[in-house]
Write a protein that binds this ligand. Sequence first.
Ligand code: 3UK
Length: 521
Amino acid sequence: MTDHTIAVDAQTRPATIDFSPVFNTAVPFIDRHITDGRGADIAIRTTDGATVTYDALASQVNRAGNALIALGIKPGDRLLMVVKDSPEFYYLFWGAIKVGIIPVPLNTLLRAKDYQFMITDSGCTGIIYSPEFANEVCAALQAIKPGPAHGLSTEGFADLMAAAAPDLAPVDTTPEDDCFWLYSSGTTGTPKGTVHAHRDIAVTCVHYSDGVLGLGREDICFSAAKLFFAYGLGNAMTFPLWAGASAILMPGPPTPDSTFETIEKFSPTIYFGVPTLYAAQLKSLGKTKRDMTSLRLCVSAGEALPPDILKRWKSTTELDILDGIGSTEVLHIFISNQPGRIEPGASGLIVPGYEARIVGEDGKEMDTGLTGQLMIKGASAAKHYWQNPEKTAKTMVDGWIDTGDTYLQDANGFFHYCGRNDDMLKVGGIWCSPFEIEAKLFEHPKVLEAAVVGRTDDDELIKPAAFVVLNDEQDKSEATADELLQHCKSGLAKYKYPRWIKFVDDLPKTATGKIQRFKLR
Ligand code: 3UK
């Protein structure tokens, strides 16, 4: 086999994938389109009006790789990215990979304290950020002495790219070598660097993008979920690049207006959303009609899609939504509803290429219809968590990933989500640790104790609710609730503030003093 190639046999079910022993994943995702004569095709359109062809993409990726090496960043070094959805995200991510540097895209909604942790934890050599996020990133950099060798904005980096050569040979890596990381949030609130190999991206493309979505060169992908999520990374970058299709990038926040305007103006064929946004979009569609005739399919992931949202979306837009569950550890969706095979309220069937087991506390497989822990096996699974052998050993057992989710499988093979095994919440598809919100509340001088749990709103979607014991009962008032709310909003990522604050006289606890959050749900 020639170096840097993948042989896919799609006749077998699941498709079989063979990697050449020397394999750098930037070659099939970026360079292959040039060798195959697709260089003039459009890879990216941005809502700001920019267009990037596959030819331009390949040269910019090469310039980025050369510029990173010129900065003195070495193969194996980590490069943190706090970058908005834009062509620069692609240039940095693939430029780094092509020269063997490990890109680590970070959630752009985080605060200085969060970035400080990730800079220190990753031992990164550099961090590159969009100017929009300079405040939080620079505050983090100032708090760390000595910090990483390089902290620069994408504008500063663009100058270095302009001065760099547009040709670059890929570094000879293997399919199993470290390629990129994503941070995954944990119950204790400290995120874990999830280490993915060069093979992993291609595996998700073959099994899910080819196998379930049937994505082709004519498709135009639009993801409301941002590139820094594993979900958005696939939807808006790796899937279209695999298929030689194109992606629409919208740098701003996804709202019903911004997403509908983008759909009307850029005519995508596939739209990727999260349940919270579908609910908000439905509300908006009640007032304003929108043209969505370019779409052939909608996808939802990140948290469970309530069947009522699916039903209303179908009756309003005549479009199906495919709900599927994925994770940062497996990289993309491994259980999914399929075109023509949708079970409302279920996460779907196993995606061919992955294996699932639902096990009881004794580790034995559960019978049909009974709940247990969902374990997943597949070739896109992360190798380990960065410098965290305990969490790695707990989550990654004999090639199986413990998802942390409770599931049951029905007689037709459909998997039904039955909740998390820990206290973690998914809010708008993004992880939220109750401990982190509680810690913020504790900081306030009026707060004695606090417990945060998930509570469903009118759309059956989970949002954080806080139960608070005050130091002084006299303080119970709307004004105090408001004060606590402002306090949370000022120090936490935007989506993490409690939507309800309820004052109570005490919290339910175990004999050892542990808060029993399940009693508050
Ligand atoms: C929950 C769901 C019910 C579940 C993701 C698509 O969400 C992604 O990755 P994360 O690491 O979170 C994983 C956890 O989120 N979850 C996700 N989707 C669903 N629960 N129904 C769903 N459809 O608890 C899971 O363990 O943030 C989603 C693609 C790639 C991803 N990384």
